[in-house]
Structures are given as structure tokens and as C-alpha cells.
Design a protein around this ligand. Structure first.
Ligand code: AR6
Length: 182
């Protein structure tokens, strides 16, 4: 399953470089300084230009599980939502709640800014080593929970932007499990 609609929001899975997406906001996977990094962070900062790190410098960092919004500068996306996922330390150190919190905070920021479309990378599943299957379930279930349990968000599209087919497969499986339970 590559997409599922909950209320009026479409959840979609794509395999792409997130910096190329034409959406209102893309989510970044940063560390708590918001300053420096490789992976998707490096790609987003290269594409956005040096103004993005200058904007991040004004934010005084960000706690794990939280997110802060900046402009997108040279990106097609108008905004970047800078999220800080947990480092995987075996799963007994609050990692699931902290990862879920990244997704719900990003959804809330997008809704508060009146955004219609939002793309997530698979936060924490690269350098931070979160198991991809568990992370995909959290990514899908948390967004679905926000859509089902809160006031209408106004968000029309949520994209899971996977960098590899294996990651997309995990998100497809999670979307199917959610669809089966609906
Ligand atoms: N588009 C979409 N997804 C991507 C892209 C891209 N251009 N590049 C990588 N990914 P990671 P983390 C995927 O390591 O695990 C940073 O340097 C990648 O395949 O970027 O949250 C920060 O500063 C993986 O599935 O982020 C932190 O120190 C996912 O994005 C730390 O790394 C996340 O991988 C955060 O680690």
C-alpha cells in the first residue's frame, strides 16, 4: 500500500531525495545543536544554502523529541521543520516516545503554520541507528493518531520520503497494518 487517506489527509510513500520535493515543508533529522551533520541534514543544508544554518544558530538548539521551524531558503519547500530524533540505545531509554514526539511536534508546527503538505525522512534510522521497521511503525501510527485525535489539521498531504526501497517497504507494511486496523 503506497497511500492511505485519514479524514481528508493523504499519507503517501515516495522514494526520493527529500530536497527535491515541492511541498510546503520538509522535515530534517538533526542533532540537538541543529548545527552540523551528514545524512539528510547535510543534503538539506547544501540545498537550502548557508542561510539555513544561520537561521538554526538563532534557535539555541532543540531538545531530543522536539522540532523547530525555519524558512526553507533556496529549497522548493517554503519551510524546514528541524526535528531531533533519539539515538537508538537498545529501546529501553525512551526512544519510542521521543521518536513519536518528533512526528507529532512536526505535525503540530505544520498545522499551526497553515501548511498543506509536509514530507518526513525516516528520522533516526540512519546515523542514529533506530531499527527501520519499528521506526516506520511509529512514523505511521503517530501521524495517524494526530489526524484521528486532534482538531482538523488542514494538512492535505503527508509524505514519507524514503531514501531507499527497503525503507519504503517498511513504511508500506506499517501503512497496511494501520489500514487493516482501521
Ligand atoms: N532524502 C531523504 N532521506 C535521506 C536523504 C535524502 N537526501 N539522505 C539520507 N536520507 P540520517 P538520523 C535518509 O543519518 O539517523 C545527522 O547528521 C537516510 O537513509 O540523516 O536521524 C544529524 O546531525 C535515513 O533513512 O539521520 C544527527 O547527528 C534517514 O534519512 C544525525 O545525523 C535518516 O538518516 C541524525 O541521525
Amino acid at each position: 500500500m503506497d497511500s492511505l487517506t485519514i479524514h481528508s489527509t493523504r499519507l503517501e510513500i515516495v522514494v526520493a531525495d527529500i530536497t527535491t520535493l515541492d511541498v510546503d515543508a520538509i522535515v530534517n533529522a538533526a542533532n540537538s545543536s541543529l548545527l552540523g551533520g551528514g545524512g539528510v541534514y547535510g543534503a538539506i543544508h547544501r540545498a537550502a544554502g548557508p542561510e539555513l544554518v544561520s537561521a538554526c544558530r538563532m534557535l539555541n538548539g532543540c531538545k531530543t523529541g522536539d522540532a523547530k521551524i525555519t524558512p526553507g531558503f533556496r529549497l522548493k519547500a517554503q519551510y524546514v521543520i528541524n526535528a531531533v530524533g533519539p539515538v537508538w540505545r537498545g529501546g529501553e531509554n525512551g526512544e519510542p516516545d521521543l521518536l513519536a514526539s518528533c512526528y507529532s511536534r512536526a505535525m503540530n508546527l505544520a498545522a499551526d503554520h497553515g501548511l498543506k503538505s509536509l514530507a518526513f525522512p525516516a528520522i533516526s534510522t540512519g546515523i542514529y541507528a533506530y531499527p527501520a521497521d519499528e521506526a516506520a511503525t511509529i512514523a505511521v501510527d503517530t501521524v495517524a493518531g494526530v489526524l484521528k485525535n486532534s482538531q482538523p489539521t488542514g494538512i492535505e498531504r503527508v509524505i514519507y520520503c524514503c531514501f531507499a526501497e527497503a525503507s519504503a517497504d517498511e513504511h508500506r507494511r506499517a501503512l497496511e497494518a494501520l489500514g487493516d486496523g482501521a
